[in-house]
Design a protein around this ligand. Structure first.
Ligand code: SF4
Length: 123
């Protein structure tokens, strides 16, 4: 078995601790703010639409499609639904790598990984 010097052990421990800290911090952000689903800021001056917006709620919208209510929308569990996200929706206009505008939900920007029941395939 390979032996590590004390210096190598410390270096690897620091790298591991930093990595875990970053991952843990990111997860904490997501857990604390469910609308912060991606690590890209919305374009300047624009805010993500709230999932509590009445229209968003009526359409079962979530900024992260994985948070869909699968009891209300069981079709979302089908394998072919995997790529049904805002980024692939005809109503979506990309603004940056993480966000875009939706023609239906106009109170804020939507995540590229979002979904609502009005989803329709982009041609
Ligand atoms: S209509 Fe399309 S782009 Fe708009 S929120 Fe629903 S899935 Fe996303």
């Amino acid at each position: 078995m390979k032996q590590f010097s004390r210096k190598q052990f410390l270096n690897r421990s620091i790298v591991l601790a930093s990595t875990l800290s970053l991952l843990g911090g990111e997860w904490f952000l997501y857990a604390k703010d469910p609308e912060k689903v991606i690590n890209v800021e919305p374009p300047e001056g624009l805010k993500p639409i709230s999932e509590n917006d009445p229209t968003a709620q009526a359409l079962g919208f979530h900024q992260d499609a994985k948070n869909t209510d699968f009891i209300l929308y069981p079709e979302r569990k089908l394998p072919q639904s995997k790529n049904h996200v805002c980024n692939q929706c005809v109503q979506f206009t990309k603004l940056n790598d993480g966000w875009g505008k939706c023609n239906i939900l106009q109170a804020g920007v939507v995540s590229t990984n979002g979904w609502c029941s009005a989803w329709s395939k982009k041609n």
